[in-house]
Design a protein around this ligand. Structure first.
Ligand code: ATP
Ligand code: MG
Length: 199
């Protein structure tokens, strides 16, 4: 499962858990992006923060792992590179790429889009606020993509960042350890805002 994870939240974790169970996957590898070329209009938190929050959020699940392949590769992150790197690390693995409805809709803006379907089976997770209609799936080989209905969690990292910047709670939207990490490192704060996250 690729993502910016700035920060990782329960929407990501529920989607990963549902897809793991649905397909009986042996493990889910979370892959924080390196330099997110599609998000260049905003400042993304340093990769080490995003990586460590992802580790904290996934540590208790024996089937969840975090990979550094994207953050250790120079240059912008392309999904084809991610999948090739993971395949090289796990040559016998059959790969499933887990993505939300919004990201699946962007699939043809991804580099090497046609070749992607040879590298992995794509799993599109439903996400509140994003419709997945015929046009989203147009051109994707039907045997290489599955839509999985996820219990709806209208949580986004953007909303978590905005809440934190405004001094509103992010408790229960992200795992407790991630709330503590955000406060410890003073992430997403507007300059001059209260620093401890307490009312
Ligand atoms: P941002 O608001 O910064 O874009 P985000 O919440 O969309 O953050 P990403 O890191 O961009 O999180 O998402 C990683 C992947 O997880 C994407 O494929 C996205 O579609 C999916 N995803 C994110 N939130 C949810 C959710 N609440 N339900 C289902 N899928 C989700
Ligand atoms: Mg997103």
């Amino acid at each position: 499962m690729g993502g910016t994870f700035d920060p990782i939240h329960h929407g990501h974790l529920v989607a990963a858990s549902e897809v793991q169970s649905w397909f009986g996957l042996s493990e889910v590898v979370f892959v924080p992006t390196g330099q997110p070329w599609q998000k260049s209009e905003r400042q993304v938190s340093p990769a080490e923060h995003r990586y460590l929050m992802t580790v904290i959020a996934t540590a208790s699940n024996p089937r969840f792992w975090v990979s550094r392949v994207d953050i250790d590769r120079d240059g912008p992150t392309y999904t084809a590179d991610t999948l090739r790197d993971l395949q090289a690390l796990m040559p016998d693995a059959e790969l499933y790429f887990i993505t939300g409805a919004d990201a699946l809709g962007d699939i043809f803006t991804w580099r090497d889009a046609a070749g992607l379907f040879e590298l992995a089976h794509f799993v599109g997770c439903t996400r509140p606020g994003y419709e997945m209609d015929r046009s989203t799936l147009a051109g994707i080989p039907s045997d290489r993509v599955t839509i999985v209905e996820i219990p709806a969690l209208a949580i986004s990292s953007t909303d978590c960042r905005e809440r934190q910047a405004a001094g509103d709670p992010v408790w229960y939207l992200v795992p407790d350890g991630v709330v503590q990490y955000i406060n410890k490192h003073n992430l997403y704060r507007k300059p001059g805002a209260a620093e401890d996250g307490l009312p």
